[in-house]
Ligand binder design. Structure first.
Ligand SMILES: CC(C)(COP(=O)(O)OP(=O)(O)OC[C@H]1O[C@@H](n2cnc3c(N)ncnc32)[C@H](O)[C@@H]1OP(=O)(O)O)[C@@H](O)C(=O)NCCC(=O)NCCS
Length: 187
């Protein structure tokens, strides 16, 4: 898998530089803001469905759980930081028991930082980190109405492994989803 160390500086297509690094406690406000800013974006509904904004108190519980999962080796979360603020993240949620070799992958980039390479770099980093901890199989589920996400997952090596009819409800209407898989190496 080559040599890949975090934190890592990456120059984006528009010349801005972000730092990729592991999530930390201090990112709470930024991640909450990122989540709530995406929840307000109508253009994201075909990709993610209707997301409800979340209160600080409620997200504190969610975030504590994420940190706890990271500390227990059940999750990997990498953020892209621009001028001290988190502008995107990728996550790998690890399975357990018979599914301990695999993880579900998610990725989210803040408006204003899309289409300049952040998502691609975050996914490359999460693949590398997943490989480093011994995972064998990465999976992602993407709305078929999200060709950009499908393109980015494909670009870093994921392959479409199946389609789930009616896989997601988007503002009351169903859409299909695609399962994308990345085999890190033969088991
Ligand atoms: C999807 C997302 C994570 C991708 O991250 P990003 O930083 O915008 O992606 P990048 O800039 O690295 O790459 C975007 C690529 O998609 C391509 N693209 C843009 N629109 C496209 C479309 N309609 N169809 C196919 N490809 C498209 C771009 O040309 C670029 O490809 P290239 O680098 O090969 O030229 C980000 O846009 C995002 O968070 N979107 C909103 C939420 C979301 O969809 N999350 C994913 C849920 S699975």
């Amino acid at each position: 898998m080559g040599h890949y160390l975090l934190p890592k500086k990456v120059v984006l297509k528009d010349g801005r530089t972000v730092v990729l690094r592991h999530l930390r406690w201090e990112d709470f406000e930024d991640i909450l803001n990122l989540f709530n800013s995406v929840a307000k974006e109508e253009e994201c509904i075909p990709y993610l469905g209707v997301m409800k904004e979340i209160s600080r108190e409620e997200y504190l519980k969610v975030f504590s759980n994420i940190i706890s999962r990271i500390q227990r080796g059940k999750e990997i979360r990498i953020v892209a930081e621009y001028m001290g603020r988190v502008v995107g993240f990728a996550s790998a949620k690890l399975g357990s028991d018979s599914f301990r070799h695999r993880a579900w992958i998610g990725v989210l980039v803040k408006k204003g930082f899309r289409e300049v390479g952040v998502g691609t770099e975050l996914l490359k980093a999460i693949v590398m980190e997943s490989s480093r901890v011994g995972l064998k199989l990465l999976l992602a589920e993407v709305s078929t109405l999200n060709p950009r996400a499908i393109h980015v997952f494909t670009k870093v090596g994921f392959k479409k492994v199946g389609k789930i009819p009616y896989g997601i409800i988007l503002d009351g209407k169903y859409a299909d989803t695609v399962i994308m898989g990345y085999a890190i190496r033969n088991c």
